[in-house]
Design a binder for this molecule. Structure first.
Ligand code: ADP
Length: 319
């Protein structure tokens, strides 16, 4: 067994396609024990697919996944008790009460009868849903349902929590509650893996982030390092009087990595890592004037974290 390393999860060379649609292309990453890992990528980029592979729900894939050194190819009850999973759409039995649902789940995940009641009390209090314990699941609002899903995922004190878009659709107060809970669980040694398509949802809580784009991990590292990259990289905002018909006019300039069209006459010109801001401004002015167009404004910006993220995912997943 190779379970003594510091990795809780090790994903290596995953390749997954649905019929003719390739989704994951050689995806690899490791998640250190105790970390809060934010998995971010646009809608449709393959986050849920990755999560379903990690939780044993999708078996038809190439590559290897191990959790605490155990391959998920040989699924065992030990793996089930190691993992707590919150699916994107919580599917709970609607005709039952919150207590009944949690009780059954707790027993199925290996808790003793005497433990389950105590634990249900604990987690429902932590999540602020104790007052709903006797309610039928069908009567709950979306946010409360999400909290019941979270209660279920953490009930058996899993070492690894895999949460698919856990804060999507929550009100701001509940988002804070969830994020504080992630921090608390992490301090207690739980590894948290959670996904989102919104950068701001993960940036203040994840210690490590992975950006999924084009089926691969486009960035993997600390939030600090990502912020440093933002500090280094820059972009130039350009507004012309007349529209610029073709982005290539700007894309082809030396030192330019990418051009985002904000409007027909407004552009963000994103520099290559070694691009010189003065050279890009100068050559953009020359190129625009050479077309007989007029400039209304041009100025350098620091790139936002959001636009750095978009540059990794490259517009993928959008219609
Ligand atoms: P994300 O969670 O990042 O939004 P998903 O993993 O849900 O992405 O989906 C990735 C891509 O795979 C999408 O284009 C989606 O439509 C497609 N997809 C997901 N599940 C299936 C399936 N069961 N059959 C066919 N295509 C699927």
């Amino acid at each position: 067994m190779v379970g003594n390393s510091g990795e809780m999860v090790s994903v290596s060379g995953i390749y997954k396609r649905y019929k003719d649609l390739p989704v994951l292309l050689n995806l690899s990453f490791d998640i250190p024990k105790g970390s809060i890992f934010g998995y971010i990528g646009p809608n449709g980029s393959g986050k849920t697919t990755t999560i379903k592979i990690m939780t044993g729900l999708i078996r038809d894939f190439q590559g290897e996944v191990s959790i605490e050194g155990r391959s998920i190819r040989n699924w065992s009850s030990e793996l089930s008790s190691t993992i707590g999973y919150l699916p994107q759409q919580t599917s709970l039995q609607e005709w039952r009460t919150v207590d009944q649902t949690l009780y059954t789940f707790g027993r199925l995940s290996g808790l003793q009868a005497s433990e389950v009641d105590k634990r249900i009390k604990e987690v429902t209090e932590m999540l602020g849903i104790a007052e709903y314990r006797k309610r039928k699941v069908s009567k709950l609002s979306g946010g409360t349902l999400q909290k019941v899903g979270m209660a279920q995922a953490m009930l058996h004190r899993p070492k690894l929590m895999v949460l698919d878009e856990p804060v999507a659709g929550l009100d701001p107060e509940s988002r804070v509650l969830f994020k504080n809970l992630f921090r608390q669980l992490s301090r207690e040694g739980t590894t948290i893996f959670f996904s989102s398509h919104i950068l701001s949802d993960i940036e203040d809580v994840a210690d490590t982030i992975g950006i999924l784009g084009q089926g691969r991990m486009r960035y993997m590292g600390s939030m600090e390092e990502l912020r440093e990259r933002v500090g280094r990289s820059t972009e130039v905002s350009l507004e012309t009087v007349e529209p610029i018909p073709d982005d290539r006019l700007l894309e082809s300039l030396p030192g330019v990595s990418k051009v985002e069209r904000v409007a027909d006459n407004r552009f963000h010109i994103i520099l290559q890592e070694n691009g010189q801001i003065d050279t890009v401004v100068d050559s953009a002015i020359r190129a625009v004037l050479a077309q007989g167009l007029h400039i209304r404004g041009i100025h350098p910006n620091r790139q936002s974290l959001e636009s750095l993220y978009l540059s990794y995912t490259d517009g993928e997943g959008r219609p």
